[in-house]
Design a binder for this molecule. Structure first.
Ligand SMILES: CN(C(=O)[C@H](Cc1cnc[nH]1)NC(=O)OCc1ccccc1)[C@@H](Cc1ccccc1)C(=O)N[C@@H](Cc1c[nH]c2ccccc12)C(=O)NO
Ligand SMILES: [Zn+2]
Length: 317
């Protein structure tokens, strides 16, 4: 049985951090803040976050905060809620949330809530349940959830529930595992999981497991390692994870490793990238693979980091 080549994945992640001019780095240029979250959270789950220069990362993150309080995907990039969560998650990893202007960040997110309770991603107004999750997750980490209308936010999310028990990006949108993770995660954080039909949604989610043991994002699609996060974390949050085969999923993820050069791809024999390396390691953590730190399915952060945020004196209370 293939096992996790942990050391190789650590070296791969650190090498991507170093290579600035590689194709991957250039393509991901505008997503660099998300890339920092994927690489650093994977390193923490693998127990190697201490190999990183904290001050170098933190000063780069601070340089990406916009006057509005939001964060861009890189220095001088326009602020967007997508990158704002990644910035807050990385600072939480290092227990450095006190280095940013939390009040300005809070008012930026509050300004993105619409009349109907939904959230826009930035000033241009695109609405997506992904942004509801990001706003709720971010403000919860900052202990500022009371600054938005949580009741209307929850009502909007429920308005995106479909007959199949799943959720789409807007009311009537097709059920997709990524959107389901966002809606279930937001409901979990706000203590509203009782509004979900867990058997109906659990059935839709466990049907994502295909013969190879991998999970896909929608019926008839090919399996993909990143759905080991979107589907699995949702199943865990609604307490139906025993409806899939954990062993077969572990085998699928391990088969997607490049055991020579490190990294994990979306499916066997494809090119590896930091995104799928993170979601593969995070998926194995949810599957309680030995030697990995446990990760919280709703906050997508290591459990010890979530405990530090909510149960210690030093967080931004
Ligand atoms: C822009 N991205 C995507 O569109 C990926 C592409 C993909 C990878 N494997 C199959 N497709 N898809 C993706 O992230 O879908 C997840 C999703 C989609 C909609 C709602 C929720 C989750 C990827 C980058 C990428 C591009 C191409 C190939 C591999 C990675 C990406 O940056 N995704 C972001 C999306 C996102 C940002 N913040 C979020 C908060 C909650 C959920 C998702 C996100 C991410 O997962 N950040 O942690
Ligand atoms: Zn993928």
């Amino acid at each position: 049985m293939e096992e996790l080549a942990a050391e190789k994945h650590v070296r791969y992640i650190l090498s991507v951090e170093k290579k600035k001019d590689s194709f991957e780095s250039v393509v991901m240029e505008h997503l660099r803040m998300n890339g920092a979250y994927w690489g650093l959270t994977a390193l923490d789950i693998l127990g190697k976050l201490d190999t990183v220069d904290v001050d170098e990362v933190v000063s780069w993150i601070i340089s990406c905060q916009h006057d509005s309080g939001g964060f861009g995907g890189n220095v001088e990039h326009d602020p967007h809620i997508l990158y704002t969560l990644s910035a807050v998650q990385v600072l939480a990893l290092f227990n450095k949330l006190d280095v940013i202007d939390v009040d300005k960040l809070t008012s930026y997110i509050v300004s993105l809530q619409n009349e109907d309770g939904s959230f826009s991603g930035d000033i241009w107004g695109e609405v997506d349940t992904r942004f509801s999750y990001i706003a709720i997750c971010c403000l919860s980490i900052l202990r500022r959830l009371d600054r938005i209308n949580v009741e209307k936010a929850v009502k909007y999310i429920i308005s995106c529930k479909n007959m199949d028990g799943g959720f789409g990006c807007t009311p009537g949108g097709e059920s997709h595992a990524g959107q389901i993770f966002c809606c279930v995660g937001a409901l979990a954080i706000t203590g509203s999981l009782d509004l979900i039909d867990k058997d109906l949604l659990g059935w839709w989610l466990c049907e994502r497991q295909v013969k190879s043991g991998g999970l896909n994002g929608r019926p008839e699609k090919k399996p993909d390692v990143c759905y080991s996060w979107w589907v699995l974390s949702s199943l865990i949050m609604i307490d139906r994870v025993h409806w899939i085969s954990k062993e077969k999923l572990i085998k699928f993820i391990l088969d997607c490793q490049d055991v020579e050069n490190g990294g994990i791809s979306d499916r066997p024999d494809d090119a590896v990238d930091v995104f799928h390396t993170y979601f593969g390691v995070a998926g194995l953590s949810l599957l309680e693979y030995p030697g990995l730190k446990p990760i919280d399915p709703a906050y997508a952060l290591p459990v010890d980091v979530v405990n530090q945020i909510f149960f210690s004196k030093t967080s931004t209370n």
